[in-house]
Design a protein around this ligand. Structure first.
Ligand SMILES: [Mg+2]
Length: 375
């Protein structure tokens, strides 16, 4: 089997009103799908979580020539190639995002060739469902009742949620208290500060919200501030999580070596399924948890679901105090909701792991065409 075509597909969507996190609002979402075709007529899908023009230029300059003619089973050679040819480009986010797309599309092709879903190819047990957590309570440009998005998530059956905080101790506490009141005492609740604090601010907030049984604090300080993570970790009992802004095993190793309790690789940025598996194995050696970050199109979501299903929820025990969860972003995103023949459905507090070969999804190419950034 040989890859015959590599086609990046730039997608974009503009929200009607600004939506955001502690760092500010945004209206534009952009990502790039990747479509590989083989001489045997198979089509494989991947995603690079970067705007189309960047992905297109990176693919054209660095990868197109080698990927055309490549056997998808050679997938693990991509990571090695990204660090050696071109020399020193490997740690660049745009390079790893494109490697992610090619890698995931290759695994999709391998699965379709051998007739197995990716989570089984990666060595995971057969997993039918995962618990989705609602990513919600975003900061909004227009006023709306604070409780509304959490109430909507609970009404749809979510039993876990992650909310945005990070704009001051009092407001953080109000948000967490509101979410906990609506979720009830048994639901799992996480918070995301989006790196908006200096360490001592994150510590004050982390201590103020501790009584609400918060499972993890995500990005308490900027992703570049590793010493900040270590400082927060020394003073706050709640677990720390990070990884959405990191890529490649070397960056993740620095997080795993004492900075955080949970790493969150994004499958369209970290280097793909192959690299995520390496990251998960590094995490296991230090007893660090792995929970993928998902803010992608449905293709990146599918890759993350397959990956999550392949990772032991709790590798050192037969009981799982904190079972595997997958992030389910609740914000408006047609790139997540419109491009599959059968969209992912998290209602009822369960997310089915596709059992069909490869990523287990069928992409609606007409719907993809409607979302093209260059249409
Ligand atoms: Mg986050």
């Amino acid at each position: 089997m040989e890859i015959t075509t590599i086609e990046p597909i730039p997608l974009a969507h503009t929200l009607s009103a600004g939506l955001g996190d502690a760092r500010g609002f945004g209206r534009d979402r952009a990502t790039t799908l990747l479509r590989l075709e083989t001489d045997t007529g198979l089509v494989g899908w991947g995603e690079a979580f970067v705007p189309g023009s960047i992905a297109e230029a990176t693919i054209e300059e660095l990868f197109a020539e080698d990927v055309v003619g490549m056997d998808p089973f050679d997938v693990e050679s991509l990571a090695e190639r990204s660090y050696t040819d071109p020399y020193h480009f490997g740690e660049a986010v745009f390079v790893q995002s494109v490697v992610s797309a090619i890698d995931v599309a290759c695994w999709d092709l391998i699965g379709k060739e051998v007739g197995r879903p990716v989570h089984r190819l990666l060595g995971g047990r057969s997993v039918e469902t995962l618990v989705p957590y609602a990513s919600t309570m975003y900061f909004t440009e227009t006023e709306r009742p604070l409780a509304e998005p959490i109430e909507a998530a609970v009404d749809e059956g979510f039993t876990a949620a992650k909310i945005k905080i990070g704009t001051g101790v009092e407001e953080d506490e109000e948000r967490v208290r509101t979410a906990r009141d609506i979720l009830g005492p048994d639901a799992r609740l996480m918070v995301d500060m989006n790196g908006n604090y200096r360490p001592e601010q994150a510590v004050r907030s982390g201590r103020a919200i501790a009584e609400y049984d918060v499972e993890w604090i995500e990005e308490p300080v900027p992703p570049e501030n590793l010493s900040g993570y270590e400082e927060v970790k020394r003073h706050v009992e709640t677990a720390l999580a990070a990884g959405e802004a990191h890529y490649g095993r070397f960056e993740f190793k620095r997080l795993i070596d004492g900075a955080v309790d949970i790493v969150q690789p994004n499958l369209a940025r970290c280097g793909g399924l192959s690299e995520a598996r390496t990251i998960a194995k590094l995490a296991t050696t230090e007893n660090v948890g792995v929970r993928p970050h998902i803010w992608n199109s449905a293709v990146g979501l599918a890759a993350a679901v397959q990956f999550a299903a392949s990772v032991p929820a709790y590798p050192h025990s037969r009981t799982a105090p904190d079972p595997m969860m997958v992030e389910f972003d609740r914000s408006e995103n047609p790139m997540r909701t419109e491009i599959l023949e059968t969209p992912f459905d998290p209602s009822g507090g369960e997310l089915a792991v596709p059992q069909e070969p490869g990523l287990g999804i069928e992409v609606d190419e007409d719907a993809v065409a409607e979302l093209r950034a260059d249409r």
